[in-house]
Design a protein around this ligand. Structure first.
Ligand SMILES: [Zn+2]
Length: 58
């Protein structure tokens, strides 16, 4: 399970098709297009807030 970096909602990568962004070699999943757009505006700000997939190493 991944975590939406914008709103911290758990996101199932298998159901998040189309709402995923690759940033610096790591996949980021989003619960909604709205969150995806927010991330798109300022990726470094959201990406710096912590691990996207808790307990997982890439
Ligand atoms: Zn979200």
């Amino acid at each position: 399970m991944a975590v939406d970096p914008v709103c911290k909602t758990p996101v199932n990568p298998h159901t998040a098709k189309g709402r995923m962004i690759w940033y610096k070699g790591a996949p980021y999943y989003f619960c909604s297009d709205d969150c995806k757009e927010k991330f798109d505006i300022n990726p470094p700000w959201y990406a710096a807030k912590g691990p996207i997939v808790p307990g997982a190493t890439r």
